[in-house]
Ligand binder design. Structure first.
Ligand code: FE2
Length: 394
């Protein structure tokens, strides 16, 4: 996904001997994609990395988002006002929307993960609406803070260690095909172009510490929506070195350098990540359009082959009323959408926006969960009618 990096001790050539100081042979561990044809990372362990065994615990089937909206409506889901005590780890995420390409969940954990986790169902991309802590992985630690995206490659063993006192409120995307940076941001050798909205320096790769034993031996694997508990025979954090292009990272939303146009530019200019069927865009504070007759607010539009989801994080949103920090809107294909009454006219002459938001354009229709239904603001669809009066988020 990103350029090759290297940490710790590695031998001169792959698949050759690397020894510990006492002469013991260390164990190579190839983490590959697309079989053996895609990006890969090679790690070197003190112990055998493949000794985990399933426990006698019954597998846990996670409920999918099952029902499509019963009526074609623009939807607004409000994040819970207090910590979402869903269920203990590893069932601590509340799935809201899902299709074959992506599952969108909320997580508001109050405790560090008490076991390791590896998700074989897809890459994970977190947006940390609030919170701070450390993503601890097989390949090292990545610290995160409010406003960061955090990427965890498919099946990478990890756990989250929360900073004391920090309120955690995360948007969690599970992407069933590999997360990528848009290809148009790369030059002919794969380097990020000089006109890309970010540079390689903006991605914070892991710090590899000396092998450590946290005393944890439980590992939960997720595959096909089912969680299975495994027991490790030793600490998995025994990697002495690695190199490759597959590794977790953090990227601050505010590191995204937005494009600004003379007239309104469509959302794909804010593209940050992509995966099959999903375009992920970042809206960050920026000057607005500078044509003397520009209308800064987005125009009403019928983007007829995508479902659009917006997660509102911070700032005032020029086009929408009634949404606030933590709000999630879902505008399905099939009906036009656009600004709330007055926003279009009111945006004339606006010079700046301080909005901070994450947007998904999804090519497959999204189903929603019972949890989403319980968080729905029922007045939202009607709030786009000018005569409907003021709107409440409920
Ligand atoms: Fe839209």
């Amino acid at each position: 996904m990103l350029e090759r990096q290297s940490r710790g001790r590695i031998p001169d050539a792959p698949h050759t001997q690397l020894k510990a100081s006492d002469g013991r042979l260390l164990y190579e561990h190839c983490i590959t994609r697309e079989g053996f044809d895609g990006p890969y990372t090679i790690a070197y362990h003190e112990g055998r990395p493949h000794e985990a065994q399933p426990t006698a615990d019954a597998p846990v089937q996670l409920p999918p988002a099952s029902g499509f909206p019963e009526r074609l409506l623009r939807r607004h889901y409000t994040s819970p006002q207090s910590a979402l005590e869903l269920e203990p780890f590893p069932r601590h995420r509340g799935r809201l929307l899902e299709n074959a390409d992506v599952a969108l969940s909320l997580a508001m954990p109050t405790r560090s993960d008490a076991a390791y986790f590896a998700n074989a169902d897809g890459d994970e991309l977190y947006f940390m609406h609030s919170g701070s802590g450390t993503l601890r992985t097989l390949l090292g630690d990545v610290t995160y803070r409010t406003g960061d995206y955090v990427y965890v490659p498919r099946s990478l063993l990890h756990r989250f260690v929360l900073d004391a006192g920090a309120t955690q409120h995360w948007l969690v995307l599970e992407l069933r095909s590999p997360l990528k940076l848009p290809g148009s941001y790369r030059n002919s050798v794969g380097q990020l172009r000089m006109d890309a909205p970010y540079s390689h320096r903006d991605f914070r790769a892991p710090t590899l510490n000396a092998p450590r034993d946290e005393g944890l031996r439980d590992l939960w694997l997720k595959n096909q929506g089912t969680l299975q508990k495994y027991q490790l025979t030793a600490s998995p954090l025994d990697v002495v070195g690695w190199d490759g292009s597959l590794y977790p990272f953090a990227f601050s939303l505010e590191a995204f350098k937005p494009k600004v146009g003379k007239i309104h530019l469509p959302p794909p200019v804010h593209a940050t990540f992509e995966a099959r069927g999903v375009l992920i865009c970042s809206f960050v504070p920026r000057p607005l359009d500078f044509h003397e007759l520009a209308i800064a607010c987005p125009y009403p539009h019928s983007s007829v082959d995508v479902d659009e989801v917006l997660f509102y994080s911070r700032g005032s949103f020029t086009s929408r009323r009634g949404v606030g920090p933590g709000s999630i809107s879902h505008h399905p294909r099939g009906i036009p959408h656009g600004p709330h009454p007055g926003a279009y006219e009111g945006s004339v002459g606006a010079k700046h926006t301080d909005e901070l938001a994450v947007m998904l354009d999804c090519t497959q229709p999204l189903a929603r969960s019972a949890l989403a239904e319980s968080l729905e603001d029922p007045a939202y669809h009607g709030s786009f009618v000018a005569s409907a009066g003021s709107h409440s988020t409920g």
